[in-house]
Design a protein around this ligand. Structure first.
Ligand code: TXA
Ligand code: MG
Length: 317
């Protein structure tokens, strides 16, 4: 079921099937954004609640006004700067966008992915692709074709393999309220980079069960293993004596520990590399039969904020 054949993947989508596709952020579970039938299959396979809307992937900025309307100048500016890329814009939807895509909202989330395979695939299609991350609802997002096949086994005919995702965490989501930019989800593009283009961005802190961006749900991206998050890993280790412990560390291993599995996100302390490795490392730790995972909080700047956001959502509350 894993293939690199883009034509075959396009044909499946034209036949109203759903497939997994690579993007530069994470793998997506994609279907025709104009086909209610395909969209229903996405929700079923992912076990995703219908109140959680999907992101629509278009082939270039030139197609933005085929899915969105009343596009603010700031949105055009951001699209020009970051597309193709890991920025999702939430905009007023065109009337023909099915309600199931937007969870009945008047807005649609849209982006142009920056992955050669995804772009080549979109070129072969006359419709945009709705695609949530290709993981069952609430689980760790996939950054390799193998992660996707492990989740969906025989339930997915095609996993289009585009290698390991370059950025490794989901797109940053920006919407507009009263023409002011508002951040709905931290992601692969830092808020600082966005603020350089549009000035101050307000950050939503909504954490209730029907937030504007359910990527904001408090437990999300979660390993099955109990996970703890701390600024001081050595201090927490003794509380789990006698347990099988795994460490998820930013750049330095902890010395003087025995029989503890240690995973380091970036030995040079590079936040982009840490983001790229985050989910693959979480998948590995989660498969290592541990009793607990202790994750180290990263410096809270740039992509560190996005990584910390994902780690916060991975912990047991
Ligand atoms: O990087 C990504 O964005 C990946 C790749 C596959 O493109 N996709 C992704 O999709 O992360 P998903 O479904 O896992 O997350 C989509 C997020 C959800 O948190 C959803 O609530 C939010 O986008 N969203 C979608 N439509 C929205 C809307 N109209 N208003 C606010 N948030 C919206
Ligand atoms: Mg997701």
């Amino acid at each position: 079921m894993t293939t690199t054949n883009i034509t075959k993947a396009a044909q499946a989508l034209i036949n109203d099937e759903i497939i997994a596709i690579p993007t530069e952020t994470v793998y997506g579970l994609a279907g025709n954004a104009y086909s209610e039938n395909a969209l229903k299959k996405i929700f079923e396979l992912k076990k995703r609640p219908f109140y959680n809307p999907l992101i629509v992937h278009i082939k270039s900025t030139a197609f933005l006004d085929t899915v969105a309307s009343d596009i603010p100048d700031m949105a055009w500016k951001l699209a020009k700067e970051f597309w193709p890329g890991s920025l999702t814009l939430v905009l007023k939807k065109q009337p023909h966008i099915p309600d199931i895509v937007t969870a009945g909202k008047e807005t649609v989330a849209v982006r142009v992915p920056n992955h050669p395979v995804a772009l080549a695939l979109l070129e072969l299609l006359e419709f945009p692709l709705a695609a949530p991350s290709a993981n069952p609802f609430g689980c760790i997002s996939p950054t390799t074709a193998m992660h996707v096949s492990n989740y969906f086994k025989e339930n997915l005919e095609i996993v289009l393999d585009g290698g390991a995702c370059q950025n490794g965490i989901e797109s940053t989501i920006i919407g507009f309220e009263n023409d002011k930019p508002i951040l709905y989800r931290h992601g692969s593009i830092s808020i600082e980079a966005i603020e350089r283009i549009v000035g101050k961005v307000q950050v939503t802190t909504t954490k209730n069960s029907t937030p504007d961006a359910p990527g904001m749900l408090s437990r999300h991206y979660a390993p099955k293993t109990s996970t703890y998050l701390t600024d001081n890993v050595p201090e927490l280790i003794p509380s789990f004596s006698g347990k099988k412990v795994g460490l998820l560390l930013f750049k330095d291993e902890i010395t003087g520990t025995e029989n503890i599995l240690q995973e380091v996100l970036s030995r040079t302390g590079d936040l982009a590399e840490a983001a790229k490795n985050l989910y693959a490392t979480m998948h590995r730790l989660d498969k290592s039969n541990l009793d607990v995972i202790i994750a180290e909080r990263l410096p809270n700047k740039g992509l560190g904020k996005s990584i910390n956001d994902r780690l916060e959502r991975a912990i047991k509350k």
